[in-house]
Design a protein around this ligand. Structure first.
Ligand SMILES: *Cc1c(COP(=O)(O)O)cnc(C)c1O
Length: 237
């Protein structure tokens, strides 16, 4: 375990340095960006090692896999202040487990999912922090609401009990073209600003992964979701 913790510590340090350097270049405070370690496909032991190295925010994509991991970590040598983020596509028959086990959901993209999460986030749990996923690259295959449909969905989500609309999330198409990445992320920021101009109070932009975190931070990311740079390559599913 000690060597696993050291290896993860080194990878986390290097990711945190990338974040600080990107914040410095953008004239942003280093704590303006929170690192979410994306642990999908990695076992509870990897999460525990990252937690031992000081990491507290974790992102998961698959309900079945994550519920087991969250329970195992909570039961066996738990860490204070763990924050679990659901960042995967949401099937409506999985909303109850998501509502009951996560603190954040980044991938709301339709009314039905938002309504179910609100109903199933039962007291005494605090309101669920949520982001709406937006399709900023216009690819037909991508999940996320269109920019045109965003204002109506934001209005609905903001009015639901037990949900707190915190911001927007996007996964632009992978590209080596940094200028294109910047445009996609800037697009998400502009959509957030437009909602705030209509009276919303969104403080979150969930954007940036291993390959494009610098571009996302330059355009205002507040949450970056990093898997590969922390845990290594994932095995193909
Ligand atoms: C897997 C995943 C990530 C992490 O991607 P890396 O390229 O490994 O950093 C981030 N966000 C979402 C939504 C993911 O599914």
């Amino acid at each position: 375990m000690a060597t696993i913790i050291q290896a993860l510590q080194a990878r986390l340090d290097s990711v945190n340095q990338r974040i600080s350097a990107a914040c410095a270049r953008a004239g942003r405070a280093p704590d303006a960006v929170t690192l979410i370690a994306v642990s999908k496909t990695f076992p509870a032991q990897s999460v525990r090692a990252a937690a031992a190295a000081g990491q507290r925010h974790f992102g998961e994509n698959y309900v079945q896999e994550s519920i087991g991991k969250i329970a195992e970590i909570a039961a066996n040598a738990p860490f204070d202040g763990m924050v679990w983020h659901f960042i995967g596509p949401i099937q409506s028959n999985k909303t109850r487990q998501i509502a009951q086990n996560f603190a954040w959901v980044h991938t709301i993209d339709r009314d039905k999912i938002a309504r179910r999460l609100a109903e199933q986030r039962e007291a005494p749990l605090p309101a669920l922090n949520v982001c709406i996923e937006v399709n900023v690259s216009g690819e037909a295959s991508k999940s996320g609401v269109t920019p045109q449909a965003l204002p109506a969905l934001a209005e609905l989500v903001a009015g639901l009990p037990q949900l707190r609309l915190r911001g927007l999330m996007a996964i632009p198409e992978p590209t080596p073209d940094e200028a294109l990445s910047r445009r996609r992320f800037a697009g998400l920021r502009e959509l957030r600003d437009a909602l705030n101009a209509r009276g919303h109070t969104l403080d979150t932009l969930s954007m940036g992964m291993t390959a494009d975190m610098e571009a996302a931070i330059a355009e205002g990311a507040t949450l970056v979701r990093i898997g590969t740079a922390i845990f290594g390559e994932r095995k193909p599913a």
